[in-house]
Design a protein around this ligand. Structure first.
Ligand code: NAG
Ligand code: NAG
Ligand code: NAG
Ligand code: ZN
Length: 543
């Protein structure tokens, strides 16, 4: 009955959601009772589709009353590598995990009223990487691949270039405006995505000084872990992995003592965790490294949180130890409880960072379960915030060469086979395939017969057309889902670096605040909005 209480809370909060909520109830009942059929009996009746569409239309008409409030809180959910095919496949998986056929399921992100597309290319790359794109959607400018928090004037790995080329992020703009700020990720906290929020580095791989060339250190470039603690004083919430980059070289890890690859990496001998703990101990600062410690905190007594759950990246959600490691959803819940105490509001970056890793390994099941978990976190954040004062955006940095197809029937398991054999080699094939990657496999000189192996296991690597040890990113646009104040400013095909400009405008932070002096965030838009409303009215009468 969790869904019911959620729906009731929605109803309580927001009248406009009433229709949607009823629709969710109806569809759950209908699909629940017809789960055994290949598709629900109801769908044979045109009335079903017409009613659904008419209710969706009614909701859309309500959206003409644009939400022009000022956004007190700003949340960005970034699914690393979560291209549109991944979103669709994750939707089907989520539905199937709920006993539905899956296609009709609504992800939490599907419920966002505004969706646009972002063009993801880097200044020097048609198919981008996570560092250049993070600089775009966090700092508002496009940049070169492999670089974080520096403009395209900086050249990757050339330490002399960052001087003067730094660009600051929306996290910093928010902090400067008096908001609380947080970073929650399933990767190490000094990985490409989060690092563009606080660091300026010509190389995303400079995790600690151990990973930097000697001449870069001699020229005064700083590693990313160090910048996490030195650039923006007191990021309020930092959660993810990456302990080893904070500890002196060879320091044994607390969770994996004696395992060399998990030991500290820092050559400068600094213990950044200890330094942070010392700095914040009189300011309600808490450091935790496991789930039990995290969940025993009382967020009312925590103003600063540093939580590092693994020496490197967190473990895939499918394989996570649920006793010792928190889920992304659990992390997001604690983060919001701490951040929302600030009457000025907060900026929160949440990264589902390992969707990307699953795909790179050709392990679609790992990638899709990561995406489903991020969607669950989006739902949790929704319950804890209001669309009246919180702008929430969900997007990806880039896509992957992941696809699913093959004329599968309705309700076919998303990890299943296409319903036919290849008409060339007479062998079956999985619906999910990659354009390239480690799943390329020949057996006796021919494509493997997948019916002879378990293609549904967690770490199965789907077949790819070209052998590569790491599957690559994809180059097509990604979706940008938005809800809350001024979400409608994401309305078409945009450059990716437009995103933080919208968020900052809505939140009255950063460079563009003229409109905030007036009564509310919308004031500057009023003339524009009233002409939009006028046009819509005219169209309504003409059509
Ligand atoms: C902001 O201004 C718009 C336009 O006048 C108005 O419709 C809206 O209700 C206002 N919002 C708040 C929170 O005052
Ligand atoms: C760390 O351990 C390695 C291998 O035992 C050793 O060669 C190296 O000198 C140690 N480094 C430090 C800083 O203690
Ligand atoms: C593929 O494997 C299945 C299961 O072992 C077998 O029935 C089928 O004949 C095989 N197909 C080919 C073309 O080898
Ligand atoms: Zn990647």
């Amino acid at each position: 009955m969790l869904w019911l209480s959620r729906v009731m809370r929605q109803l309580h909060r927001d009248d406009n959601m009433k229709v949607t909520a009823l629709l969710i109830i109806c569809s759950s009942l209908i699909l629940g009772s017809f789960g055994k059929l290949q598709f629900p009996e109801q769908e044979k009746d045109p009335k079903y589709w017409n009613t659904w569409a008419q209710r969706t239309l009614k909701n859309a008409l309500v959206l003409q009353k644009l939400n022009t409030n000022k956004a007190k809180n700003l949340i960005l959910f970034l699914g690393d590598g979560m291209g549109v095919p991944t979103v669709t496949a994750a939707r089907i998986l989520k539905g199937q995990l709920n006993g539905q056929s899956g296609e009709e399921t609504q992800l939490e992100m599907d419920k966002f009223p505004f969706v646009s597309l972002a063009k993801t290319y880097n200044t020097n790359a048609q198919v981008p990487d996570s560092a250049g794109t993070a600089t775009a959607y966090l700092c508002g400018v496009k940049a070169n691949e492999g670089t974080v928090g520096v403009s395209a004037a900086a050249v990757r790995s050339q330490c002399n270039t960052p001087e003067g080329n730094e660009v600051t992020s929306i996290l910093r703009w928010a902090k400067d405006a008096g908001k609380s700020v947080g970073i929650v990720t399933t990767t190490r906290v000094n990985h490409a995505t989060p690092s563009a929020a606080y660091a300026h580095s010509v190389d995303r791989d400079w995790y600690s000084d151990n990973e930097m060339p000697a001449e870069a250190l001699q020229s005064g470039c700083k590693d990313i872990a160090r910048q996490l603690f030195e650039n923006i004083p007191n990021i309020d919430v930092i959660m993810g992995g990456g302990r080893k980059y904070m500890l002196p070289k060879n320091t044994s890890d607390v969770e994996y003592p004696g395992i060399a690859k998990h030991s500290g990496t820092r050559k400068d001998g600094r213990n950044l965790i200890q330094e942070w703990t010392d700095r914040t101990k009189d300011k309600k600062g808490h450091y935790v490294w496991n789930k039990k410690q995290l969940l025993s905190l009382n967020p009312n007594n925590v103003d600063y949180l540093l939580a590092l759950f693994e020496p490197g990246d967190l473990i895939y959600d499918l394989e996570r130890n649920t006793e010792t490691d928190p889920s992304l959803t659990e992390m997001v819940e604690v983060a919001i409880k701490i951040l929302r105490k600030n009457p000025n509001g907060f900026y929160l970056l949440v990264e589902g960072g390992r969707i990307d890793h699953g795909h790179h390994e050709g392990k679609a099941k790992q990638a899709l379960y990561e995406a489903v978990e991020m969607d669950r976190a989006i739902g949790r954040a929704d319950l804890m915030t209001s669309i009246h004062d919180t702008l929430t955006i969900v997007t990806a940095d880039h896509s992957h060469v992941f696809s699913f197809g093959g004329y599968t029937s309705r309700g076919n398991t998303i990890f299943g086979l296409a319903p036919m054999l290849s008409d060339v080699d007479q062998k079956p094939f999985t619906s999910i395939l990659y354009g390239n990657g480690p799943g390329y496999k020949l057996v006796n000189g021919a494509r493997e017969n997948v019916s002879t192996i378990d293609y549904q296991e967690n770490n199965y690597q789907a077949q790819s057309a070209v052998p590569l040890s790491m599957e690559t990113h994809g180059g097509e646009d990604v979706a940008v889902f938005a809800k809350g104040p001024l979400a409608h400013l994401l309305h078409g095909v945009h450059e990716q670096n437009y995103i933080p400009h919208v968020m900052a405008y809505a939140g009255c932070i950063g460079q563009n605040r003229e409109h905030c002096k007036l009564n509310n965030a919308s004031a500057g838009l009023r003339p524009v909005l009233s002409s939009v409303a006028f046009l819509l009215t005219v169209t309504h009468f003409l059509c």
